[in-house]
Design a protein around this ligand. Structure first.
Ligand code: PLP
Length: 396
């Protein structure tokens, strides 16, 4: 009766959700304070007070027309502000016409794929990757092609990338800071990728889009500067959201910005606006478009995330885990202490510790910790990691 594909996906996907449900079960038995749930990238911090104050202002002093439909691309004044802010950030001159307001980064990715993909065209993703990419690509008839990582850095293996680009490659996705590793790709790596793309586009006579999925671009630590994808790649389309930088994931607000250097830029912008409409999003939420226009240059307390990273990372290293030190986002992706990551995650449940196997991110043998939960939870969970490490050592 139902779509075979969807039923199949329901059966085979989302270890993350399954762990979340397991968390609900454990919380009922042991109480929320005794369960250490590091499964979902759902920020615990409240949005900055400026966001709440701006929201109140718009609710109380209702600007006429604020709740109406607007251009499917979003309010013109909001897109103008996004363009100005992004121009400063990326060093690439952007206009309001290069911006479409979207229902988060997820909505942005779906309108990009809908706009660019023909049946069976390929989109390259780098392992370990955000689990939803292949579903979004499949939504629009595309095929996912996976490039393996350099296991020492979790940057893409560039020889593998070279070998995977074909005449059917329509796009690659770059996600840096990365979910699940927190790694920021180095500028020199990105420049090498751009050289590979140039060479392959010449060989096949094709154009390949570079989709930069950047919901974490404001969560950067240790003073690292995030390289500008719009600057490095001519065919760049950047998707951003305020889900993480302003702790607003439930409000579904973000934007897509396309490089003015793309050959058919006007047609692409029309396609993005059309698909925003016809996928049923119609437009990004009106109230939150107005709110982010006045708040997008602030962020939640990034130092607080850095503190959490340091506590967890140092503790895990002390226990004998290996892990690439993340420079952004709010994830750690250590190697499991036994070969089977799924079994490792099951062993953690004994200590009410909820983590996610790496298998679902395309990297078996590893596991993900989302440290967007309180410092109290993190400190309380440290003995659980210690007990888990001891159990693994005893297994030999
Ligand atoms: N891309 C990545 C890499 C993510 O981690 C997420 C959410 O966790 C998204 C996209 C979707 O974000 P949004 O809530 O803005 O749709």
């Amino acid at each position: 009766m139902l779509s075979k594909k969807v039923v199949n996906n329901l059966t085979n996907s989302s270890g993350i959700r399954a762990m979340f449900e397991e968390g609900e079960r454990l919380r009922k038995i042991h109480g929320a304070q005794n369960v250490f749930d590091f499964t979902l990238g759902n920020p615990d911090m409240e949005p900055p007070s400026l966001v709440k104050d701006t929201l109140k202002k718009y609710i109380l002093n209702d600007e006429a027309g604020i709740h109406k439909y607007m251009n499917n691309a979003g309010f013109a004044d909001v897109r103008e502000k996004v363009a100005q802010s992004l121009t400063k950030e990326t060093d690439v001159e952007l206009k309001a016409d290069n911006i479409v307001m979207t229902c988060g980064a997820a909505g942005g990715l779906n309108i990009i794929f809908k706009s660019i993909l023909n049946p069976d065209e390929e989109v390259i993703i780098f392992a370990p990757y955000f689990v939803e990419y292949s579903f979004y690509i499949d939504n629009h008839g595309g095929k996912t092609v996976i490039v393996k990582p350099d296991m020492n850095t979790f940057e893409p293996d560039l020889n593998d990338l070279k070998s995977k680009i074909s005449k059917n490659t329509k796009a690659i996705i770059i996600n840096s800071p990365n979910n699940p590793t927190g790694v920021i790709y180095k500028e020199e790596t990105l420049i090498k990728i751009s050289e590979i793309l140039k060479e392959k586009q010449k060989e096949f006579g094709t154009e390949i889009f570079v989709i930069s999925d950047e919901p974490y671009n404001k969560l950067v630590y240790d003073g690292v500067k995030l390289p500008s994808i719009l600057k490095i790649f001519d065919n760049a389309i950047q998707g951003c959201s305020f889900s993480k930088s302003l702790s607003l994931p439930g409000e579904r607000i973000g934007f897509v910005a396309a490089s003015p250097k793309i050959k058919e830029i006007n047609m692409l912008m029309d396609a993005l606006i059309f698909t925003n409409r016809t996928l049923g999003y119609v437009n990004a939420p009106s109230l939150f478009q107005k709110v982010i226009a006045e708040t997008m240059d602030v962020t939640i307390n990034v130092e607080e995330y850095q503190k959490r990273r340091d506590i967890l990372y140092n503790h895990l290293i002390g226990l004998g885990f290996t892990c690439v030190k993340p420079e952004g986002a709010f994830y750690l992706f250590p190697k499991a202490l036994i070969e089977d990551d799924v079994e490792f995650v099951k062993m953690a449940l004994k200590y009410n510790l909820l983590i996610v196997p790496g298998k679902g991110f395309g990297c078996p043998g590893y596991f993900r910790i989302a440290y967007c939960s309180s410092l109290d939870t993190i400190n309380a969970a440290l003995p659980a990691f210690e007990a888990l490490a001891k159990d693994c050592r005893e297994l030999g």
